[in-house]
Design a binder for this molecule. Structure first.
Ligand code: FAD
Length: 376
C-alpha cells in the first residue's frame, strides 16, 4: 500500500492546478481515469485572457476574440465589444499538458479510476494508497462527491465539434475575432448555441440544452451548412451550490464543487480559482502549524462566507435572464438589434447583459417586469 500526504482525484484543470500549487509543500499523487490527459476534448475552452494572468499561467491559446454577437435565427442581434478584456480559446488538451509539465514533485497516475474513497484510504482496481488529505476534482459527474458532500446541481448537456463551413448567412461570424451565440426557441428550449471561428473557415460549433441535444445539434449544423463530424461533449453544471466544500479530511474543487459561471457553465477559471483558494488555505495553515483538518475548515469557511452566496446570486440572476430570453428574446433582439455594447470582463456575463438592458431601460422593464413578478 502506497502513502501520500495528499491524493487528488481527477487531472482536469482544477486537479492539475491544485497539484502544481500544493506540490511545493507536500507529497501529492493525482489519479486520472483516462489514459491520456485532456482527451476527449469536451470543452470549448473560452476564458478571459486577464484571468490567466491572475492565475499566473500561460497555457497555449488557439485564438483570441474581441466580439460576442448574440443573435436569433433571423439575424436580430446585439454585439458585445470586449475591447479591454480579450477572450481566448485555450487549447484544452494543451492546458492540461501545460499544467502537467509544472507538477514539480507530484506523481500523476493515468488510467487509474478511483472506485472507493474513505477512512484515509483510496482505491483503484490495481492500487491502494493511504492519505492525510483527499481532494475530489472529478468534474461534473459527482460520483465520489455525492458520498462526501451530497448536493444536486442544475445541469445542461453540451455537444460540440470542430468543423468547416463556407456558409455566408447572418449566423456566421463576420470576422475571425467574433463569436456568435444563438438564442432562439425554434432551435433550443432553454440554453444556447455557439459558433467560434478558428480561421480558414474552421469553426468550433456547439450547443447546450436540457434535452434532445443531438437532434438540435444536427439541426444547427444543417442551418449553417457545416460538415457533421464526430461531436464530443458532456454534462455542464449551470447552478446550485453545495452547503460545504470540505468534510473531515476531504475537500471538493472545480465543477464537482459547483465552481462555475452559472450563465454559461464556464468552469475552467473558476475551477482553478477554487484550487488556488484551497492551496492558499493549506499553505498558510501549514505555515502556522495548523492541522490539515483545520486548513480545510478555513477553505470551507472562506467558501461559505465569500463564494457560495455570490454563486447562488449569480445562479438566480442567470435563471431569470435565461427565462426572460426564452420568453421574449425575439422581441428584445428586434428592439435592440444592431446595438453595440462595450464590456470589460468576459468572465462576468451577467453584468454585461444588465449593461445591455440599461441601454433601453423602459423597453427592458416593460417586457420583463411580469416575469420578474412571477419569479420565486
Ligand atoms: C461542451 C462543453 C463546452 C464547455 N465550454 C467551456 C468554455 O468555453 N469555457 C469554460 O470555462 N468552461 C467550459 N466548459 C466547462 C468546463 O469544461 C469545466 O468547467 C471544466 O473542465 C472543469 O474542470 P474540472 O477540472 O473541475 O473538471 P474536468 O475538466 O471535468 O476534469 C475532471 C477529471 O477527473 C477525471 N475523473 C473523474 N472521475 C474520476 C475517478 N473516479 N477517478 C479518476 N479520475 C476521474 C476525469 O476523467 C477528468 O479528467 C464546457 C463544458 C462542456 C461540456
Amino acid at each position: 500500500m502506497g502513502k501520500s500526504d495528499a491524493v487528488i482525484i481527477g487531472a482536469g484543470p482544477s486537479g492539475l492546478y491544485l497539484a502544481r500549487e500544493l506540490s511545493k509543500v507536500m507529497n501529492i499523487t493525482i489519479f486520472e481515469e483516462d489514459k491520456m490527459l485532456g482527451v476527449p476534448p469536451h470543452c470549448t475552452g473560452l476564458v478571459n485572457i486577464n484571468s490567466l494572468e491572475t492565475l499566473g499561467i500561460s497555457p497555449p491559446i488557439v485564438s483570441t476574440y474581441r466580439y460576442i454577437r448574440i443573435t436569433d435565427l433571423g439575424g436580430n442581434s446585439i454585439t458585445f465589444d470586449f475591447r479591454r478584456g480579450a477572450i481566448a480559446m485555450l487549447d484544452r488538451p494543451g492546458l492540461e499538458h501545460y499544467l502537467a509539465d509544472e507538477l514539480g514533485s507530484a506523481t500523476l497516475l493515468l488510467g487509474e479510476r478511483v472506485i472507493e474513497l474513505g477512512n484515509g484510504v483510496i482505491r483503484t482496481k490495481s492500487r491502494e494508497e493511504t492519505f492525510n488529505l483527499a481532494v475530489i476534482a472529478e468534474g461534473a459527474g459527482l460520483t465520489l462527491t455525492r458520498n462526501v458532500i451530497p448536493w444536486n446541481p442544475n445541469y445542461v448537456y453540451g455537444v460540440q465539434t470542430d468543423t468547416k463551413s463556407f456558409a455566408e448567412n447572418k449566423l456566421m461570424p463576420r470576422s475571425d475575432d467574433e463569436i456568435v451565440v444563438i438564442f432562439d426557441r425554434k432551435l433550443l428550449e432553454h440554453y444556447f448555441a455557439w459558433i467560434v471561428p478558428k480561421g480558414s473557415h474552421e469553426f468550433r460549433i456547439g450547443l447546450a440544452d436540457e434535452a434532445n441535444v443531438w437532434a438540435k445539434f444536427t439541426e444547427l449544423l444543417k442551418v449553417i451548412n457545416a460538415e457533421h463530424l464526430k461531436p464530443f461533449g458532456g454534462k455542464i453544471v449551470i447552478g446550485g451550490s453545495p452547503d460545504h466544500v470540505a468534510a473531515g479530511n476531504v475537500a471538493v474543487i472545480g465543477d464537482a464543487g459547483g465552481f462555475v459561471k452559472p450563465m454559461t457553465g464556464g468552469g475552467i477559471i473558476m475551477g482553478m480559482l477554487s484550487a488556488r483558494l484551497l492551496a492558499d488555505s493549506m499553505i498558510n495553515a501549514l505555515r502556522e502549524r495548523l492541522s490539515i483538518s483545520d486548513s480545510l475548515v478555513i477553505y470551507d469557511t472562506v467558501f461559505r462566507r465569500y463564494v457560495r452566496e455570490r454563486i447562488k446570486a449569480l445562479s438566480s440572476a442567470s435563471y431569470i435572464l435565461h427565462m426572460m430570453m426564452n420568453k421574449s428574446l425575439g422581441e428584445v433582439l428586434q428592439s435592440m438589434s444592431g446595438t453595440r455594447i462595450d464590456v470589460e470582463d468576459y468572465d462576468n456575463h451577467i453584468d454585461a447583459i444588465l449593461k445591455a438592458a440599461l441601454r433601453r431601460p423602459w423597453s427592458f422593464i416593460r417586457r420583463f417586469s411580469p416575469l420578474l413578478m412571477n419569479y420565486r
